[in-house]
Design a protein around this ligand. Structure first.
Ligand code: KG4
Ligand code: ZN
Length: 371
């Protein structure tokens, strides 16, 4: 048995990445050290279809998961006997994809007797912000007081108020998207423009170097009256997608052709850069509003879209202006990975939680009750 007494294996298969990691939570369960972090991405499998095909995703997880798991243990320099806990994403996500990870984790737990827990995917994303790299560096530490978590991914766009209670975290959802998630909007707009899947990173890269005019798209401002006196803020990204589609149609702007160099298409770059600017502004404004109105001074921004260069710089500038501390994980841990699941599992295990073999994959699991 290793001197490191709290090694947690994290398994993530909720969408199109098969990811397994071993983290060491012995010294700091809130900021565990990542010993290994292996990801088999299915992007090339799904790209020809313009999005994730659930059936293909589950089948590929089945093929890849045992290999990715063996590789994660080997890179961490440990064996299964050294592991003290197993964590697996049990929801939300694609049900077939989740089932592969959950069944695999159950088999490992049954065969070895190692305690295991199901983890909420978004809890994992938040815990990614506090992961420690092997060299000891980390994006930041978890604030002691309640903080705001902005979760922006391909499937989710929400703001949570996060409260601490020992090893447990209480998530109160204070805003969510009423329609598309921000990452979904990036991917759909990219598809309209003729970019491959996923388009978010491509739009980011193209807009970063583009210096010309940008199309000024209208910004959605959403206030949802919950039926009571409370007015909640929300996000909406379906309007901007429609605006982009209409703009392309009314200007008869052709898509980027296969093999065409985007640099020769300033018309399209102006659309993409304008869309990104608008999308980022629509993420920023409710986030800063919630911090202000709730009197909170700490923000954690996570999920695939938090890789976006413009969103990162705009959030940093706004937080600095308003005296808010900001923690954003490195891009490697902003998108789906196994380390974030291991980190969330480490906290749950430390709190004494255990799941049984009756744990079910829950494709629409909720993290919190609405505020
Ligand atoms: O968190 P994630 O890996 O998976 C989900 O849980 O959904 O997020 C994937 C999403 C995709 O929609 C992708 O286009 C978007 O994150 N994304 C980005 C960037 N990198 C990834 N969107 C904008 N800018 C980026 N740099
Ligand atoms: Zn995710």
């Amino acid at each position: 048995m290793s001197a490191r007494t709290r090694l947690v294996l994290g398994i993530e298969t909720s969408c199109d990445e098969t990811a397994v990691s071993v983290v060491d939570a012995t010294d700091d369960v809130e900021s565990p050290t990542v010993l290994s972090d292996v990801i088999a991405s299915q992007i090339r499998l799904h790209a020809p279809h313009g999005g994730v095909v659930p059936e293909l995703a589950s089948r590929q997880h089945l093929v890849d998961l045992p290999l990715v798991c063996a590789e994660a243990l080997s890179r961490a320099g440990v064996t299964l006997e050294d592991v003290s806990g197993i964590a697996v994403t049990s929801g939300p996500g694609l049900v077939g994809a989740l089932l592969v990870g959950v069944s695999f984790a159950k088999s490992l737990a049954l065969a070895t007797g190692i305690p295991f827990v199901g983890v909420h995917h978004l809890d994992g994303h938040v815990r990614a912000a506090f992961l420690r790299a092997a060299d000891g560096t980390r994006a930041g530490h978890e604030p002691e007081e309640p903080y705001v978590a902005l979760i922006v991914s391909g499937g989710h766009t929400s703001l949570f108020r996060v409260e601490r209670d020992g090893f447990r975290r209480r998530y109160v959802e204070v805003a969510r998207t009423l329609d598309d998630a921000a990452g979904e909007a990036f991917d759909k707009v990219g598809k309209l423009a003729g970019l491959g899947y996923p388009a978010g990173p491509v739009i980011d890269r193209l807009a970063r170097v583009y210096q010309g005019d940008r199309v000024d798209f209208p910004r959605a401002r959403i206030k949802v009256d919950g039926g009571r006196a409370v007015t909640r803020l929300g996000f909406s990204f379906s309007g901007i997608k429609t605006s982009v589609r209409q703009h392309l149609a009314t200007t008869s702007m052709p898509q980027l052709l296969p093999g065409e160099d985007p640099a020769t298409r300033p018309d399209l770059l102006g659309v993409l850069a304008g869309f990104q600017e608008c999308g980022v502004a629509m993420l920023l404004s409710p986030t800063m509003h919630v911090l202000r109105t709730q009197g909170l001074r700490h923000l954690v921004a996570v999920g695939g879209v938090s890789c976006n260069t413009l969103l990162r710089s705009e959030l940093a500038a706004a937080c600095q202006r308003e005296g808010v501390t900001l923690v954003i994980p490195s891009p490697r841990w902003s998108t789906d990975n196994g380390a974030m699941i291991a980190a969330a599992g480490a906290l749950r295990l430390a709190a004494g939680d255990r799941d049984g073999l009756d744990l079910e994959a829950d494709p629409s699991a909720r993290l919190a009750t609405a505020a």
